[in-house]
Design a protein around this ligand. Structure first.
Ligand code: 5GP
Ligand code: MG
Length: 188
C-alpha cells in the first residue's frame, strides 16, 4: 500500500515539473543577472520546489526560510499565521524572491510580502510553483510561475493534505474518498 493508491489523477508528471522549473529558473536568472538577491522559501510547502529551483540558477544567491500556515488539517483555509521570519539583516535592504508552492486566494503571499516590506526589504518579488487564478481574492499576480492549475485541491511535490503526500514526486488530485474520510474523522 503506497501513497500512489490515494491519487485519482496525475496533473503534472515529474518530467513535466522539471521542464517547467528549467523554464522559470532561466527567467529568474535573467531577472537577477545584475543584482544580488535572496530566495525566501515559504515552509513547509515550497521546500521541494525551492530546492529544485535554486539548483538550476547558476548565479549568486542566498537562501532563507520563513514559515506560514493557513491550512489546518483539511482543504479549507484557516487563519494565517507567520510562524517565523528570516533575521533582520537577511531582510533589510535586500532584494527578496519569495518562493511558495501555490498561489490560491493570494492572502498568504500578500501578507508575507507586506510584512517583509514593513521590515525593510528593498524589493519583494514572488515565484510560485502553481497558480490557481480562478480562486484569487486579493490583487496579486506572481512575477514568476511554473504552472497554472484549475480549481482542484492538489497534492505532491511539497503540497500536503493533512500533513501527508509532500513526498510524491508528481502533482496529483486525491481520490474523493480520501478527502471525505478525513472530513468525517474531523467531524466536519
Ligand atoms: P492562499 O493564501 O493563496 O489562499 O493559500 C496559499 C496556501 O494554501 C498554499 O501555500 C498552500 O499551503 C495552501 N493551498 C492552497 N491550495 C492548495 C491545494 O490545492 N493543495 C494544497 N495541498 N494546498 C493548497
Ligand atoms: Mg503553504
Amino acid at each position: 500500500m503506497t501513497l500512489h493508491n490515494d491519487v485519482q489523477r496525475i496533473l503534472f508528471t515529474e518530467a513535466e515539473i522539471l521542464a517547467g522549473i528549467d523554464r522559470v529558473a532561466k527567467e529568474v536568472t535573467q531577472a537577477y543577472a545584475q543584482r544580488d538577491f535572496t530566495v525566501v522559501s515559504v515552509l513547509k510547502g515550497s521546500c521541494v520546489f525551492a530546492s529544485d529551483l535554486i539548483r538550476r540558477i547558476p548565479i549568486p544567491l542566498e537562501l532563507a526560510f520563513l514559515a506560514a500556515s493557513s491550512y489546518g488539517d483539511g482543504t479549507v483555509p484557516g487563519r494565517l499565521e507567520i510562524n517565523f521570519l528570516p533575521t533582520g539583516n537577511e531582510i533589510e535592504g535586500r532584494n527578496l524572491l519569495l518562493v511558495d508552492d501555490i498561489l490560491d486566494t493570494g492572502k498568504t503571499l500578500l501578507a508575507v510580502r507586506d510584512e517583509l516590506l514593513r521590515r525593510g526589504a528593498r524589493e519583494v518579488r514572488t515565484c510560485v510553483f502553481l497558480d490557481k487564478p480562478a480562486r484569487r481574492a486579493v490583487d496579486l499576480q506572481p512575477d514568476f510561475r511554473c504552472f497554472e492549475v484549475e480549481d482542484h485541491f492538489v497534492v505532491g511535490y511539497g503540497l500536503d493534505f493533512a500533513g501527508r503526500y509532500r513526498n510524491l514526486p508528481f502533482v496529483g488530485a486525491l481520490r474523493e474518498e480520501i478527502i471525505s474520510a478525513a472530513r468525517t474523522r474531523n467531524g466536519a
